[in-house]
Ligand binder design. Structure first.
Ligand code: SAH
Length: 506
């Protein structure tokens, strides 16, 4: 916490979390408190410090939204407490965002203020649908207007007649409620009925939808397509360019929702990859990785750590936990015998080892216990002291297999997957998603426990598994396996999903 508080009005961009500015992100990462409008900015909130206070100024279930005055006051109060406050606002803070009022309140109080612009939906949502707001020889200007005001009422501040006569593109925000009367009014004032017009809902987000029609037909077309808020309306010749410029179809998971059931601390790589391919990612961490407080046999294993001639690590968590335990004793990886063979179950584990200064001597071709055994097939393991560092509850395959080959195996259980309890709304959302990914048997078991066998049984065509062990657990839970990764890695899982999903649409 800083002694002197500050407030930054940060534009979150139009929706895709990748479209925040670098400066905006930096501030989010250090803020003590973050005031958001709605929980839709979830992916950005995930960037905040875990101990940051997150205040939802928008409507939350069972709670009224804060009034503008209350928001202004909240910003001032938090900063006066000495907190660094980010006020995260959709799009750009100064485009119909009441950012000006918030900035004035902060300044009036003499508190340090920073404004971080954002990419406004007025440009980004059309762009995401392949509509450039200007285009050579088609439109040399664009006007952004709020459609919030009733065009049929005399008290209006917006001069629709003038807008109808103004050449160039007309971009209307907050116009969905009055789309029909706005279109009528523009036509009455001289915009051609046949002029192209488009509506883009949830622009830049995976759930983006759009229609292109004419000014005369756009209200009906949007209603028929069931488009609602938030949406941007574009009136002008540029709207007709959409079919030629539209680019979102190149993202293979665009418009698909995918659930990530991994523990929150591990979800990011999978979520990021899925998001890059256009998927709407729903994180539903059903388990959490917890280090064992007192791993059985820990002291004796660490005491003999230099005696092992082979150390097998079966996950990234195992690497972290082993290093943490060594560190607890004031030691590091040098305590491991210099000639010990280091075996990593797969490339992610090997990469984590490398990050700790240890190179894996062996990574099997198949990233499974069976793969490790197969890779050691020609080796004489008789009497070789082996340490297998792993999770509680892991399959005995590896230890049994090594023991059967004559190795003297010590197992060290370092951590366990414990049940996490996501909120029921999120579980419901996850069950509505197109696909659900599973990266370990523990997540499958917990998922089935959470959703119950009936709902699990209805998951046909949706479960995506990292490999045969996880798939077997899915089948045990009566969940049909839609796709299985090969190789059994996160990138392998994403590939398998894309291939399988490609077969049924897009
Ligand atoms: N400051 C914001 C606008 C706030 S007003 C900005 O610069 O984008 C809210 C309106 O913005 C919505 O009613 C809708 O018209 C538009 N809007 C915001 N996000 C949008 C999105 N992802 N797709 C389409 N329209 C969006």
């Amino acid at each position: 916490m800083t002694d002197v508080g500050w407030v930054a009005l940060v534009g979150a961009g139009p929706g895709d979390p990748g479209l925040i500015t670098v400066r905006g992100r930096e501030l989010l990462e250090v803020a003590d408190a973050v005031v958001v409008d709605r929980l839709g900015t979830e992916a950005l909130v995930a960037l905040c410090r875990p101990d940051a206070r997150i205040i939802d100024a928008g409507k939350a279930p069972g709670r009224q939204a804060l009034t503008q005055d209350q928001i202004n006051q909240t910003l001032v109060d938090l900063a006066r407490e000495g907190l660094g406050v980010v006020r995260l606002k959709g799009g750009d803070p100064f485009v119909f965002g009441r950012g000006g009022e918030e900035a004035m309140a902060v300044n009036a109080d003499g508190l340090p203020l920073e404004i971080v612009p954002g990419i406004t939906s007025a440009i980004a949502a059309p762009g995401a649908a392949g509509i450039p707001v200007t285009h050579r020889a088609v439109a040399t200007s664009f006007t952004v207007v709020t459609g919030h005001e009733d065009p049929t009422k005399p008290s209006e501040q917006t001069d629709w007649d003038a807008l109808a006569r103004t050449p160039g593109t007309l971009v209307i925000l907050m116009g969905m409620g009055r789309l029909a009367s706005i279109a009528d009014r523009l036509i009455a004032a001289g915009r051609p009925e046949g002029q192209p017009a488009g509506v883009v809902q949830w622009g830049t987000l995976p759930r983006q939808r759009q229609v292109i029609a004419t000014l005369g037909t756009i209200a009906r077309a949007a209603a028929d397509a069931d488009l609602g808020n938030p949406a941007v309306v574009v009136v002008g010749e540029v709207a007709a360019l959409s079919p030629e410029i539209d680019w979102r179809g190149f993202r293979p998971l665009a418009g698909r929702s995918v659930v990530v059931t991994r523990a929150r601390a591990q979800a990011s790589e999978l979520s990021r990859r899925l998001g890059q391919l256009g998927a709407e990612v729903i994180e539903l961490p059903v388990i959490r990785i917890a280090p064992l407080a007192e791993p059985p046999g820990l002291m004796s294993v660490l005491g003999r750590i230099g005696d092992y001639r082979m150390v097998v690590l079966t996950s990234v968590n195992g690497v972290d936990a082993l290093c943490a335990r060594l560190a607890d004793r004031g030691a590091d990886v040098r305590a491991i015998h210099r000639d010990a063979r280091i075996v990593a179950i797969g490339p992610a584990t090997a990469a984590r080892l490398e990050g700790r200064g240890l190179r894996a001597d062996l990574v099997p071709d198949a990233f499974l216990a069976e793969g490790i055994l197969a890779a050691l097939d020609g080796d004489d393991l008789t009497g070789v002291p082996v340490l297998v560092a792993r999770a509680r509850g892991a399959r005995p395959t590896l230890v049994d297999g090594l023991t059967a080959r004559g190795a003297r195996v010590d197992e060290l259980e370092l951590y366990e997957a414990v049940a996490d309890a996501p909120d029921p709304d999120r579980i419901t959302r996850a069950l509505d998603a197109d696909y659900v990914t599973f990266t370990a048997s523990s997540t499958v078991r917990r998922f089935v426990e959470l959703v119950g066998p009936d709902r699990a049984a209805r998951m046909s065509g949706r479960a995506v598994s990292i490999g045969p062990v996880t798939s077997a657990t899915l089948r045990d839970g009566a969940i049909p396996v839609f796709a299985e990764a090969d190789p059994h890695t996160i990138p392998g899982l994403v590939d398998a999903l894309c291939r399988a999903a490609g077969g049924d649409g897009q």
